[in-house]
Design a protein around this ligand. Sequence first.
Ligand code: A3P
Length: 270
Amino acid sequence: MMPPYITTKRYGLSRTLETRTGDICYTSYPKSGSTWLAYILVLIVNDGETPEDTTLRDCLHWVASSWTYPRSEQELRGLPSPRIFKSHMPYAMALGGDPSRSPCRYVYIARNPKDVAVSYYFFEREKSWSGNYSGPWEHWLKLFTEGRVQRGDWFDHVLGWWHSRSLENVLFLKYEDLCRDFLGEVGKLASFLDYSISQGTLEKIRERTSFGAMSSTEFSNMHEIQEFTGFFREGRIGSWKEQFTKEQSEAFDELCARRLAGSGLEFDFD
Ligand code: A3P
């Protein structure tokens, strides 16, 4: 189930897009820290410097979307390398066709699903693109656990990319690891992309992409989109605890145990 601005035409273009060496596509289920990852990627390819006279959104190419950056195929072809593509697609619908046959490097970021469900609930409320959803939390949680929200079932989405993580052009990251060991994870990301960055640049990236810096800097704070007030909400692990009841939490834990069983995929919830 897709948001209305993911049109058949734009999706078709993203699927058949000819990718090339040096391309980077970051992807995630919504509300998993993808904007944070996007800024980190922009800084990695610019040696820690924020590009001038532009915004984060303008440094990214969201091919499947007709809403924010509807660039034509020709414009996309003419963009200089490295092109950074944004996507929220599951593995089977990845930008550029089957990732196992693409020269593009794919970076997937996943986050514990309790925090995703809560972040998504606050994000979707009263937004025009979600039909101005205004239901109560219990209703949202039911929709989320049944996979009846935009972008569909969280488990299918994450597991699709998890199972492809052994491909040499796929890197699977977790939001919680980025919170806990930022320098280690960004170092891993840079080397996956074949960028060698100094300790000083790593530190610079950490400062510029901190929650406080990102939410207060015009380059990254999404001020240009009116409905995005509150986009930078909590920016931490575990805010689900203020939202889930004990019963909801236990039922969700059971669902996770069942759906992730045998996958080897685990998350930190605290
Ligand atoms: P919360 O709503 O829990 O605060 P996405 O960019 O994929 O839509 O994810 C949004 C989530 O990432 C929001 O979570 C947001 O606050 C969080 N986030 C954004 N920038 C962050 C940063 N620099 N550090 C930590 N979390 C960040």
